[in-house]
Design a protein around this ligand. Structure first.
Ligand code: GAR
Length: 202
């Protein structure tokens, strides 16, 4: 039996969720997994610097350099298979994955989404847009969700959720920051451990 599940984290931007996973792992909170690869579809993602600082290997398939989604997915799939990745974590990864991809890693892909699914999710709801929609609707409570990824965008089984209060005077930016700090950065590493532990028991 493998002692740790090899994890790949896929990111497109700042990578604060990647950082939360790396910090949790360094603190011993993800004993069942190990981040061995960071993949980005954006060559200038700050997440790549975070990975380099942590000594984690990176692979880049830039959206501008490789404009075809199918071609990018093929390249990502082959690097994941080559590295024998057991769990794929989408941490601010802004490409919606095809059914071919999700089938290839069935029950082995998780995603963090910055709302309480089923609110403010699905195609078009990503990043700040999610918080703009939550504020426009006037909700008083929002939060974050970690879920398995299947062929339905944001539709896979939910693993963890955490609620966060909306405060008077919030902007999309202040709300995004609070949801990250109070919810995403906690539940994503926790879900990674839950899923890795389950995979090791298979
Ligand atoms: C996070 O808020 C994440 O939940 C969101 O993008 C941000 C990435 O931040 N993901 C989505 O909206 C996916 N639908 P990060 O790069 O600093 O982790």
């Amino acid at each position: 039996m493998l002692k740790k599940v090899p994890i790949a984290v896929l990111c497109s931007g700042g990578g604060t969720n990647l950082q939360a996973i790396l910090d949790s792992a360094a603190a011993g909170a993800i004993p069942s997994g190990e981040v061995v690869l960071v993949v980005s579809d954006n060559a200038s993602a700050y997440a790549l610097e975070r990975a380099a600082k942590a000594g984690v290997e990176t692979a880049v398939f830039d959206r501008k350099a490789v404009p075809s989604r199918a071609e990018r997915e093929e390249k990502i799939l082959s690097v994941l298979q080559e590295k024998k990745i057991g769990l794929v974590i989408l941490a601010g990864f802004m490409t919606i994955l095809s059914e071919k991809f999700t089938r290839a890693f069935e029950n082995r892909i998780i995603n963090v989404h910055p709302s309480l699914i089923p609110s403010f999710c699905g195609p078009g709801f990503y990043g700040l847009k999610v918080h703009e929609a939550a504020l426009a609707r006037g909700v008083k409570v929002t939060g974050a969700t970690v879920h398995y990824v299947n062929e339905v965008c944001d539709g896979g089984p939910i693993i963890l959720q955490k609620a966060v209060n909306v405060e008077e005077g919030d902007t999309p930016e202040t709300l995004q920051k609070r949801v990250m700090r109070e919810a995403e950065w906690k539940i994503l590493p926790a879900a990674a451990e839950i899923v890795c532990k389950k995979l090791l028991q298979r």
